[in-house]
Design a binder for this molecule. Structure first.
Ligand SMILES: [Zn+2]
Length: 227
């Protein structure tokens, strides 16, 4: 079969991007500055968007005041030549535990990006209350297990965030801190669509953010090479 490229980022737009003001995830806002329909020479717009709205990356500065910002990364840090998709179906209130990952240990060892597919993204637009509040995150134990034992450059999850935000708040966002506060380059990719990868042979993943100075996060265009 020939190589194909597929997009894993959700499009940015009011119908596509979840907005949860309570979690500082504002809806993107497109504002026309000039419109042909109004007799202007061209269409020109501006956009306002939260850096954690829609498919995005978190980098160390998100939880570490001295941590790296998006512009401190090299482009090669956003290209993954040994990505691994693991299928770990999870439901409301469950967490991804070390036991869920241990039987993939050898393969994680050889990987630079771990993509965890829980299937919970089926609720993203169908029942956004579940997707926003009740989603299964990675447990603090699983975060420590992954951070301590592997040389991953990043982790991606088909969830609003890598840890359930209400749970994370109550335990000091341990999962984010474990992964991001280690004074090394690391990216977390959140709110990504992993469904197109099921049954495919994954070759490479590209996660290209906006190179924003001093930013702790950025919307990201993620695409995969499959073959
Ligand atoms: Zn984020």
């Amino acid at each position: 079969m020939t190589m194909r490229i597929i997009r894993l980022s959700y499009p940015i737009g009011n119908k596509d991007t979840l907005s949860v003001e309570q979690f500082k995830i504002p809806a993107p806002r497109m504002m026309p500055l000039s419109q042909i329909a109004d007799g202007m020479m061209s269409n020109v717009s501006k956009m306002e968007i939260g850096l954690h709205s829609g498919t995005h990356i978190d980098v160390p500065r998100h939880f570490d005041q001295e941590g790296l910002t998006v512009d401190a990364f090299e482009m090669e840090d956003f290209i993954f030549s040994a990505p691994l998709l693991v299928n770990i179906p999870k439901n409301v209130g469950e967490e991804i535990e070390p036991e869920d990952l241990r039987n993939s240990e050898e393969r994680i060892n050889e990987s630079d990006l771990l993509l965890i597919r829980t299937g919970f993204s089926k609720y993203r637009l169908a029942d956004d209350r579940l997707y926003v509040y009740e989603y299964p995150g990675i447990s603090p134990e699983a975060a420590t297990y992954l951070a301590d034992n592997f040389r991953l450059k990043g982790i991606a999850v088909d969830l609003l965030s890598i840890e359930n935000i209400p749970k994370g708040r109550s335990r000091g966002f341990e999962v984010h801190k474990t992964l991001l506060c280690r004074r090394r380059k690391f990216i977390i990719i959140e709110d990504i669509n992993l469904e197109p990868l099921l049954g495919e042979k994954l070759i490479k993943v590209y996660a290209i953010p906006l190179v924003i100075r001093d930013a702790e996060a950025s919307p990201v265009t993620v695409f995969a090479e499959i073959g």
